[in-house]
Design a protein around this ligand. Structure first.
Ligand code: AMP
Length: 583
C-alpha cells in the first residue's frame, strides 16, 4: 500500500476525538490491508516500528530532524526553527515547508508503507561513527519523495510523536471488527448497533482477545492471527519464555474490611514493598522486564547472577526488587535505586552502590507449563519449593494468612511502621490474570494516598531557576483525555544527590514540548509523577473541576507507569467524596 493512504488515515483519525469513530475508521482501513502487509500496517497504525515489548525506540532528536528538513528543502535552519517556534510541531512545519516547495518540484517516486518502515527501522540500527550523516540521508531522502502530508507523519514517526490518539482499546476493537465480529457503527448515535444478547456475546469475545493480547503484547501478531485463523487461532497462543506478558494488576481496597470483602477469608497478607516490579524469565538465558515490559537484563547483572545461583528450573517469576544499604542492610525507598533502571554505562558500579534484593511474590510459568489458571495457593506452594531464602539476594515475599480483621490490621500497621506504603491482600483461590486489574489481589494504602498524575505543561522559572522548568501542570485521566488538577513545584530539589532536581525533570520534559507561549510550555503527556497533597478541593481553576491543596512532588513514576495508568477523574471524585486529607 502507498504511504499516502496512511497519511490520509492519520488525518481522519486526528479529526475526531470519539473513540468509537476512531475504531470504525481503523477497522475499515484494516479490512483493506493485504495480508502480507498486516504486520507493518499495525505498527504504523500505532505510530511505532517495533512491537510493544521490544526495547527499541527511534527517538531521533529535534536537532537532527531540523538538519534533515534543511537537507531536503534547502531552507536554512533559522527559517525552520522560526516556523517551529510558531507551529510547535516539526511535523506541521515540514508539511508547510514542503507544500511551499512542491509548487516548483515534482516528487521523484511514490513511497510505499513498506519502504517507510524499513528505512526508519534502518535508522534505529545505525550506531557509532558516521551514523549521523547516514541518518540525515535516510530521513531527507524520505522527505524529498514525500507529499507534504506524508512528510508530516514521517517526521512525527521518527520523532516518536504520532499524536493521532489511537489507544490500545481502540486498536484491539478495530482488529476485532475487521476480522472476527461484524459490528455496524452508527455515526449519528456514536454507538454500535447490537442487541443485548449480541452485546453479551461480543463482550465475551473482546475479553478473550484481550487475554490473548496480554500474553502476546503485540497487536501486529494478534491481527495476523485473527485475520488468517479467526478466534480459533487464539488457542495456539502460549506463554513463551523470553516474551514478556502483561503483569496482573491490583485493585485498591479502602481498608482491611474492604480488602476481605474483595478477596475473601482467609486471605494472605504481604507487605507492599517499595521497589519496582521485575518479571524474570528464567531458563539457560535469564531475561528481566519491567512492569512496562521494557527489558532491563543488562542493567541488573547482580539480579541475573542471584537467579542463576539459586533458581534451578525454567520459570517466569513475578517479583519486586528492593534497594538496600550495603553496610546497614536497611531497605531504601524506590527513588534511591530508580536510576539503575535506565542506566546504560557504569552498570557494575551502580550494582555495587545500589544493590537490590529480589522479593518473589508470584510465578506464572514453570517447567514448560503455564500456571495462570492455577489457584494462587498452588503457585505459592511451588514457589516455596523452588526459591531458596537467600537474604539480600533472592527471597520469597513475606506473608501471613488470616481471617481476622485485628490481626490483618496489626500487619498493615507494622508495614506502615517500617516505612512501607501499605500491604497487599491476596485471594487463595485467585488465578493469575495477565494485564487485568481483577480482585484476586488488592493493595491497601493509607487514606491520604498520593496520586499518580501526568505532567501536561510547565513554566520556566526565574532567578536561580531561570532556564529551567520550575512549576508543573498536572492532569488526571478521563476517557482518553487529560484534565488538569493543579500545579506543583514543591518537593523537587535544587541540588543533585538530594532527590529529583528541577534540572533533571527539565531534561526529561524539554523533548516533549509541543508549544511555547512566553514562559509557558505545553507538553506531550508522558512523564508520570507521584504527588502528595493535603486535601482535594472543588475548584473552577482547573479543567477537572478539582484542585490539590499543597501539592508536592514525591517521585518519578515514569519507569513503572505510562499516562494510561494514572489516576482517573473517578479516583479523584472518590477521594474528594471520602474527604481525603480533611482533618
Ligand atoms: P501500585 O503500583 O500502587 O499500583 O501497586 C502495585 C505494585 O505493588 C505492583 O505492581 C508491584 O510492583 C508492587 N508490589 C510490592 N509488593 C508487592 C507484593 N507483595 N505483591 C504484589 N505486588 C507488590
Amino acid at each position: 500500500m502507498d504511504y499516502s493512504h496512511y497519511a490520509s488515515l492519520y488525518d481522519q483519525l486526528e479529526k475526531t476525538s470519539k473513540r468509537l469513530e476512531k475504531t470504525h475508521i481503523l477497522s475499515e482501513f484494516l479490512k483493506k490491508v493485504p495480508s502480507d502487509e498486516m504486520e507493518t500496517s499495525v505498527f504504523l497504525l500505532q505510530g511505532r516500528i517495533f512491537p510493544e515489548w521490544e526495547d527499541k525506540k527511534i527517538g531521533i532528536s529535534s536537532r537532527l530532524i531540523i538538519k534533515a528538513i534543511k537537507k531536503a528543502t534547502g531552507l536554512s535552519e533559522k527559517i525552520i526553527e522560526e516556523s517551529w517556534k510558531k507551529e510547535g510541531d516539526l511535523g506541521n512545519v515540514v508539511e508547510q515547508l514542503i507544500s511551499q516547495k512542491k509548487q516548483f518540484t515534482l516528487v521523484n517516486r511514490t513511497l510505499s508503507a513498506k519502504e517507510v518502515i524499513e528505512k526508519i527501522r534502518h535508522l534505529e540500527a545505525q550506531g557509532g561513527k558516521g551514523s549521523v550523516e547516514q541518518k540525515l540521508s535516510i530521513i531527507s531522502d524520505l522527505l524529498v519523495n514525500s507529499e507534504p502530508r506524508e512528510a508530516k507523519y514521517i517526521i512525527r514517526l521518527v520523532a516518536d510523536n504520532m499524536r493521532v490518539g489511537v489507544g490500545s482499546g481502540s486498536l484491539r476493537d478495530a482488529i476485532i471488527w475487521a476480522f472476527v465480529y461484524d459490528v455496524t457503527y452508527d455515526s449519528e448515535k456514536n454507538d454500535i448497533s447490537l442487541t443485548d444478547e449480541k452485546r453479551q456475546e461480543y463482550n465475551i469475545l473482546v475479553e478473550k482477545v484481550q487475554s490473548a493480547y496480554d500474553i502476546l503484547n503485540d497487536f501486529s501478531r494478534l491481527a495476523v492471527i485473527l485475520k488468517s485463523e479467526g478466534m480459533a487461532g487464539l488457542e495456539k497462543i502460549r506463554i513463551r519464555l523470553g516474551s514478556p506478558i502483561n503483569p496482573m494488576l491490583f485493585v485498591k481496597a479502602k481498608d482491611i474490611e474492604d480488602a476481605f470483602s474483595i478477596v475473601g477469608r482467609p486471605a494472605v497478607f504481604e507487605i507492599k514493598y517499595d521497589g519496582f516490579r521485575i518479571q524474570a524469565h528464567v531458563s539457560k538465558e535469564i531475561r528481566l522486564f519491567t512492569r512496562r515490559l521494557e527489558e532491563v537484563t543488562e542493567q541488573f547483572p547482580d539480579v541475573v547472577q542471584s537467579i542463576k545461583d539459586n533458581v534451578k528450573t525454567e520459570c517466569i517469576l513475578d517479583c519486586e526488587a528492593i534497594g538496600f544499604e550495603e553496610l546497614s542492610g536497611k531497605y531504601l525507598p524506590f527513588q534511591k535505586i530508580s536510576q539503575r533502571i535506565k542506566r546504560k554505562y557504569g552498570i557494575a558500579e551502580m550494582a555495587k552502590q545500589f544493590p537490590v534484593e529480589l522479593n518473589v511474590f508470584d510465578i506464572i510459568y514453570h517447567d514448560g507449563k503455564s500456571l495462570i489458571n492455577e489457584p494462587y495457593k498452588k503457585r505459592r506452594e511451588l514457589l516455596e519449593k523452588i526459591i531458596p531464602q537467600k537474604e539480600k539476594k533472592i527471597v520469597l515475599a513475606k506473608q501471613m494468612m488470616t481471617s481476622d480483621n485485628d490481626e490483618a490490621q496489626k500487619f498493615y500497621d507494622y508495614a506502615l511502621n517500617i516505612g512501607e506504603e501499605g500491604c497487599m491482600a491476596k485471594n487463595l483461590e485467585g488465578i493469575y490474570k495477565p494485564g487485568a486489574r481483577v480482585g484476586y489481589g488488592v493493595k491497601i494504602k493509607s487514606i491520604l494516598e498520593p496520586l499518580d498524575l501526568v505532567i501536561v505543561g510547565a513554566e520556566y522559572g526565574e532567578g536561580k531557576r531561570s532556564g529551567m522548568l520550575s512549576s508543573f501542570y498536572l492532569a488526571c485521566a478521563a476517557e482518553g483525555e487529560f484534565l488538569e488538577i493543579g500545579k506543583v513545584s514543591t518537593g523537587l530539589k535544587e541540588n543533585e544527590g538530594e532527590g529529583v532536581t528541577f534540572e533533571e525533570l527539565t531534561k526529561l520534559l524539554v523533548p516533549l514540548i509541543t508549544k511555547v507561549e512566553g514562559k509557558l510550555v505545553t507538553l506531550r503527556p508522558e512523564i508520570v509523577i507521584e504527588v502528595g497533597y493535603e486535601e482535594i478541593q472543588a475548584s473552577s481553576s482547573y479543567s477537572s473541576g478539582f484542585a490539590l491543596r499543597f501539592p508536592r512532588f514525591l517521585r518519578l513514576r515514569s519507569e513503572e507507569k505510562t499516562a494510561e495508568d494514572i489516576n482517573t477523574l473517578e479516583d479523584v471524585q472518590r477521594l474528594y467524596a471520602e474527604g481525603s486529607g480533611r482533618g
